[in-house]
Ligand binder design. Sequence first.
Ligand SMILES: [Zn+2]
Length: 325
Amino acid sequence: MKKLTAFILIISLLQSLCACGAPASETSAPAETRVSEATPEPAPEASPGEEPGAAAESDPPAEEAEETEPDAGTDAEAAPAETHTKYFTICFDDGITQDLKIMEIFRKYGFSSCTFFINTGLCGANWYWVGGMFDRPDVTHIRFTRKELESGVYDGFDVAVHTLTHPSLKSYDSRRWVIRDEVENDAENIYRITGVFPVGMAWPCSDNDVTETTKKIVYEDTSIRFARGITATHSFALPEEFLMWEPTCSIVDDDLMAYAQSFIETECTEDMLFFVWGHGYELDVHDAYGRLEELIKMMTEADDIVCVTTTEFYQLFKDQIPSLK
Ligand SMILES: [Zn+2]
């Protein structure tokens, strides 16, 4: 597994390939600047580029160079080969107590590339009825208390917004201040708890038909720049817009392990993303902790797969993929 070291190396490589020279967070857009000021800087300064071809110019005598055919292919040969990367990320919603068991599995494999989307206005809430929806009244849905969050239960992992109280945000398109408060106040609470201001969200309430108005309000009135949906793409394609970022599949998708195997075997001819999402209680309902462990083992043992959090992936691609189309 390459993890953060590979993540930093890739940023450096991308920077030097793009010859942009600027840290990933530098941008002229005011909104982006506001976000980057509050987020940790993921990319080191690009090292000064070496002068390509400086040594080669002194090699052949001038006469010899004149006798040769115009070297049309020289530039192409000197250009660095385009590289592509396979990225894997996973996330869990709601901030519930099953996340402890999930993190235990992650830590066993040295894996920290998970984002937990939490509702800081529902700390300690017991949604006892959730298990009953699956004829499993024994399955709990209990959110961490504020005290537990502040004690660092998610230390070492990425924490991001799922709104304060988990409403369907599209219901508030005509009352944008509700959307603003639900999103931004959750982000501010997370900042107080973790010390990192989140730029990401998972749409609450299984909102897979969020309106363009809702997305625009989130973009204009909050610091959020990416938001995950719940509609499985069943593909490894990169998202087209970050504020409706659909995952590859759910952790309890029947074909999850087939996708994992396919991701490992597919030749990487373009950047690819295997994006898995879920809830901790689903692992109880489907007795799926074993498959989670198998998935993490496969992803961390593959030499050519780079594990990143959703926030890290956003930082890597924010200059290429728009938040809003
Ligand atoms: Zn949720």
